[in-house]
Every structure is written in C-alpha cells, then in structure tokens.
Design a protein around this ligand. Sequence first.
Ligand code: Q0N
Length: 343
Amino acid sequence: MPCSPFRGWPESSRARPAPLVASPYVTALADLPLIARGKVREIYDLTGARPGETPDASGSSPEPRLLMVASDRISTYDAVHPTPIPDKGRVLTGLSVFWFERTGHIVANHLLSATLGVPEHARGRALVVRRLRMLPVECVVRGYITGSGWRDYQASGAVSGIPLPAGLRESEQLPEPLFTPSTKADVGHDEAIDFERAARLVGDRQLMERVREASIELYSFGAAHARERGVILADTKFEFGLDREGRLSVGDEVLTPDSSRYWPAHGFEPGHGQPSFDKQYVRDWATASGWDKRPPAPAIPADVVAGTRARYVEAYERITGEPFEAWLERTGSVSEAHARGAA
Ligand code: Q0N
C-alpha cells in the first residue's frame, strides 16, 4: 500500500462515541461532526456551520474550519481521572492563544479566533482554527534530559540518533535544544524516530528541515520567556500541518502544560526527576493513595482538585503576566452553571 505523506482530511464525519466524562460543554456541541477525540480535547468540524457563507460572496468555497475544544479532564500516568479540574481547559486554551499570538514571526499557526464562531457555552475553552493537512509526526523538542529521553540516553548515550556527551545527570540542561521526533501512534505510546525516518514519513526532506528549525525556534522562544518568569520549559511537543496554500503552520496546542513539561525554577536541581508545575499535586496524591497507575484512574479528592486548579491558574498568570480573569472576560466566558441552564 502506498504510504500517504499526510493525515487529516477525514473523508466524512465519523460516528460519535459517548463522552468519556459527561460535561455540559461537550454534550452541547454534540450536533457538530466530531473529527478527533483525544484524552483531553475534541475537534469538531465547523465547515457548513457558517450561516449565509456557503459558498462565500466571491463564489469560492469557504476556508475549512474546525472547533478545537479543551475539556477540564486531566490525565496522570496516561489515564484520565473521572474528576475534572475546573477551568483547566480554559487555562490551556488561553495559554495556547498567548503563544500563537506571539510566535507568528517564527511560523504561521492554525488560530483563526477565540471569539468569532465559538459557541457561547464553549467560550474561553474553544478556538476556531484553520483545517490543515497534518504531518504524520510529533515534533518534540528537549532542552533538558528527562522522561523517555533520559531513558534512551542511559541505554545508548544518544537521543533520537543524536549522540550526547557522557556523564549527563537526570534533568540536566542539554548543551542545545534537541529535535527528537516521534510517530503518531493511534493506540499506545508514540515511538521515537530519528530525523531521517521522520523526513521519509513526511515525504519531503526540505519541509522536514523547516519543521525542525521552526520547532527549535518555538521552543527557544518559549523557554526564554518562561525562564524570565521563574518557570523552566523542559521539553514540548508540536504538531504541524499545511494549509490550503501549502503554507507550513503549527496546529494543535502550543506550549501548554499538557503538551510540555513545565518545572518550577525554584528548587530545580539536576540528578533526579523534577516535580511537574501543574500535575504534581495529583501525582503525589495518587502515589500515596496506593493506586497501581493502571486504568481506571481514581476520583480526585476536593482539596487536591483545588490545589491543582490553583497551579494551572498560577501557570497562566506567571507566563502571561495577566490575571486569568482577563482571559475569561476577553472571551466572554460564562460559568459552567450558566452553560448548564441553571440560575
Ligand atoms: C487535527 N489532530 C490530532 C485535539 C488534538 N488544524 C487541524 N486541521 C486538521 N486536523 C487537525 C488539526 C489540529 N489541531 C489534529 N487531529 C486532527 C490531535 N488532536 C487530537 C484530539 O484532541
């Protein structure tokens, strides 16, 4: 079978499974065709949901648009907990927009609007984005040696085929940021691949070189900004695609705590694993609870939910330098109670 260089462009909308966690903002979007569902986010098709614009005034077809919705679901150890973290989806969406708006000089992105076209009950947690033809690779950049990169280094002295100096300690900053792509696995874990294999998968080596360059620039920009605000951006993952004109664009979410490892700079110390800025409360509690880290993940107690929510809001405020309330106001966010039709 010939290997298609691109994913995305599903031929038609697929059958919709029931939501993993019943929540008003997810079920209220159920009339839109679902394009993709992740552990935490959903993407819906908005093409054809634009009244009076099909075809548009010029007679050309409207630009294909999607609605990307971030839920309040949280996963630890690859399992989604049944308890939501209030406002987590809005924090992540607000952070993504912060970075999209500041990195356009590095590479184009899929953001169209956080207000126009976003259903009222999803305001703050959803974005209207350009539909892209997604490249079939995950674009990971590592500034510090941790996680699977640390394991690969210990086993082979290299990460993603890139040899590294001997004697690095766990969590240590790397001499320079590394581009360490992986495959997009539909189920299970993504597989680390070297640059040459990523280039073959994408089918265009020059394009892959631009993807690597843009990825490293995005990481370096985000890491420098975060470091000035007391946060270490250890590593991050991007997804790229091509728009209708063939322009390279970054899609998905950018430099959020779900797509990145953020560590508090205070107390950073190489030689062991670092606490996660956002999820450490849940992980510490989960470990102490005796959960064996296999699905199903347990419900999270109220004090751990509150502490975790506060960390997400703190991450937003530290990185953006503005109150989280400002994001909610700018996007016309309504309370969940209001969205549910209560008082
Ligand atoms: C797309 N995925 C995988 C959210 C993240 N702009 C786009 N155009 C076409 N397709 C996609 C995007 C984007 N972003 C990306 N699936 C479709 C990542 N998803 C999984 C579900 O949660």
